[in-house]
Design a protein around this ligand. Structure first.
Ligand code: ZN
Length: 147
């Protein structure tokens, strides 16, 4: 199996079986994200304790890329503190926007999103959940749109 197939399998798996999907009780932060270009809608609920993302779950409906990306994102940031989550966001952003950049080893499974670069129209699908996380952690309650 080559790397491309591996990445595709990760995306398919997280789309079919999204992790951390559903409502979150006692959330401290919320945000809604909307990608009108594709029709992706996402609600993020986060429970922050001190500086740590104690729990995070998402709801909504969208294309395979947006669902898989949100699933991978929640797995990646759960248990991390805000600054570590922000660093991951920057690495994902670089991965999605720099065509020749090799995936940073710190990305782990998030490297699977590199396949999205071949489809520029889908980059917003993949980054929606990250912008929504930023909004949730920044304002406590916010709505973001990719447009
Ligand atoms: Zn989409």
């Amino acid at each position: 199996m080559d790397l491309k197939e591996l990445y595709r399998d990760v995306i398919l798996d997280h789309n079919r079986h999204p992790r951390n999907f559903g409502p979150l009780e006692a959330a401290s932060h919320h945000a809604e994200g909307n990608n009108p270009l594709c029709g992706d809608r996402l609600t993020l609920a986060v429970r922050v304790n001190g500086d740590r993302i104690e729990d995070i779950r998402f709801e909504g409906s969208g294309c395979a890329i947006s669902t898989a990306s949100a699933s991978l994102m929640t797995e990646a940031v759960k248990g991390k503190d805000r600054s570590a989550a922000r660093q991951l966001f920057e690495k994902v952003h670089a991965l999605l926007t720099q065509p020749d950049a090799a995936p940073d080893p710190a990305l782990g499974k998030l490297a699977a999103l590199s396949g999205v670069r071949e489809f520029p129209a889908r980059v917003k699908c993949a980054s929606l959940c990250w912008h929504t996380l930023n909004a949730a952690l920044g304002a406590g309650h916010a709505t973001v749109s990719t447009e």
